[in-house]
Design a protein around this ligand. Structure first.
Ligand code: FRU
Length: 493
């Protein structure tokens, strides 16, 4: 049965959408109207890929969480569906927080999410209780079941917190359902708890899959777990992380733990830890396996710290990254935009072996909906370039720059002059490598974002840009002489 709250949200969105459609990114998912954060329930269902998201349609600020809903066949074109969940039960009255989804053998679509209920204590403090709850449906309408919550505080290991117990991710393996969920453990940092079930409705605690031990941040939110290329990979979004040199960065950040899952002890033995994305706007990634066996990841392209930083007249806040294909090679996670993006490439413009010295631009290389790859090598032994720079989304006053210095081996991205209405964190530097003397940067621009993929996905970097769309020039500059190839396609959806 559709509750009043859900009905109200569905009607509000349907009524508002016609006014915002023209303002949205062309191929990045948003809520249309209002606020979104984490991707949820990113999974195949009946031959299509469904994506839900943390949603508050009524404002461009976070509010009591609903689940918004879209689906796609190719990860680039998305169909908007009615809001799937509203916080309309006693156990989730303060929010339907993040979670996962799976297709059941009988064809029903099961959503599992964190129900949040806040209670004001006598001393005035608000205490939150987080439990795991389910809803089942047909890809359109969902019903919360009477057995909720299906995992409560009685199924926490000793010392586990019921206040920070959220973001279940579900998958099926060896005929059983498995679920991991973030928890603040005994030492007040993050644990990822593992549960198992025969039917996806009744759950049993199994083990602590991985622990933070106060090393990579504190509470680990939004876990995601899968095997890829012979390794086991856990993605988490730590809160209160500290930067280590140029690796990682403070605040709400993202990491990937790569290692081996001990199936007897149900524990991940980690061997490698890396940032998933070095950008200013990337959090809470989820993945799925496509019908042709690819592991595809999507994340919230935003940062909690700067999420209020849009103009007062904006009508949507928050968007997703472009979905990315993942690979693991030599203990390192690689990511590249899904190959389906190539189906939307139009009008190729290419240049090869162009010497760049000082600042220049190339005829036909401009735009705000583009897929462009720039390859840079040294151009002259006697005038080695000290830095090379590409400026995008540029007009007389605004630009965002990507600068590479061979001496430090770092790329620095700076959006200080991109037109933000607030003084927010706008630049970051990250280490990359030159391969046989050359560096390759793929730049995806959609209105209001830029995503970089360095050296075929060795590093990725995502940022939102609220530069007016009329700023569409692109320039290239070098101190010294750089030898440059550029290939640019317009993206048309
Ligand atoms: C992460 C997060 C999740 C939670 C959700 C609430 O961004 O804090 O842990 O489920 O957002 O909207």
């Amino acid at each position: 049965m559709t509750s009043e709250k859900l009905k109200k949200a569905r009607e509000f969105v349907a009524k508002s959408l016609p006014y915002v459609e023209g303002e949205l990114p062309a191929f990045h998912v948003t809520g249309g109207i209002g606020w979104i954060n984490d991707p949820n329930g990113f999974a195949p269902y009946k031959g299509e890929y469904h994506l839900f998201f943390q949603y508050y349609p009524y404002d461009i600020k976070w509010g009591p969480m609903h689940w918004g809903h879209v689906k796609t066949k190719d990860f680039i074109k998305w169909e908007r569906l009615p809001v799937a969940l509203a916080p309309d039960r006693e156990y989730d009255r303060d929010g339907c927080f993040s979670g996962g989804a799976i297709e059941l053998p009988d064809g029903r679509h099961l959503l599992i999410y964190t129900g949040v209920k806040n209670t004001r204590r006598k001393d005035g403090r608000v205490e939150s209780s987080q439990t795991q709850c389910i809803a089942v449906g047909d890809g359109f309408d969902y019903e919360k079941l009477g057995c909720n919550p299906v995992i409560g505080s009685d199924q926490l290991p000793e010392g586990g917190s019921q206040i920070d117990f959220r973001d279940p991710y579900i998958w099926k393996e060896d005929g059983k359902y498995w679920l991991i969920v973030g928890n603040r453990g005994k030492d007040t940092s993050g644990d990822i708890l593992l549960y198992e079930s025969e039917d996806a409705f009744s759950w049993k605690y199994v083990s602590i899959l991985a622990s933070c031990h106060n090393q990579f941040g504190k509470m680990w939110e939004c876990p995601n777990f899968f095997s890829l290329d012979g390794q086991d990979v856990l993605l988490v979004s730590p809160m209160e992380m500290q930067a280590v040199g140029l690796e990682f960065h403070p605040g709400n950040a993202n990491i990937c733990l790569i290692g081996n899952y001990d199936r007897e002890k149900h524990h991940l033995m980690r061997e490698y830890v890396q940032a998933i994305d070095y950008g200013l706007d990337f959090y809470a990634p989820q993945t799925l396996e496509t019908s042709d066996g690819r592991r595809v990841m999507i994340a919230w392209m935003q940062n909690w710290e700067t999420s209020g930083s849009v103009s007062r007249t904006a009508r949507f806040m928050g968007q997703m990254t472009i979905p990315r294909e993942l690979r693991v090679k030599d203990g390192h996670l690689y990511q590249n935009p899904v190959r389906e993006l190539e189906n939307y490439r139009k009008t190729r413009i290419g240049y090869r072996n162009i010497l760049v010295s000082g600042e220049t631009s190339f005829a036909g290389i401009s735009g705000r909906y583009i897929d462009m790859t720039v390859t840079v090598r040294q151009g002259n032994e006697n005038a080695l370039y000290k830095w090379f720079r590409v400026d995008v989304a540029k007009d007389g006053e605004r630009y965002t720059s990507i600068r590479f210095k061979p001496e430090t081996g770092c790329i620095r991205v700076d959006r200080t002059h991109s037109g933000f209405p607030h003084d927010i964190v706008s630049h970051r530097e990250f280490p990359v490598r030159m391969i046989e003397g050359s560096i390759k940067i793929r730049i995806i621009l959609d209105r209001y974002s830029m995503e970089l993929f360095v050296n075929d996905g060795e590093q990725a970097f995502s940022v939102v840009l609220y530069t007016p769309l009329t700023a569409e020039s692109i320039s290239f500059a070098a101190d010294g002489v750089a030898l440059v190839d550029v290939e640019k396609y317009d993206i048309e959806i």
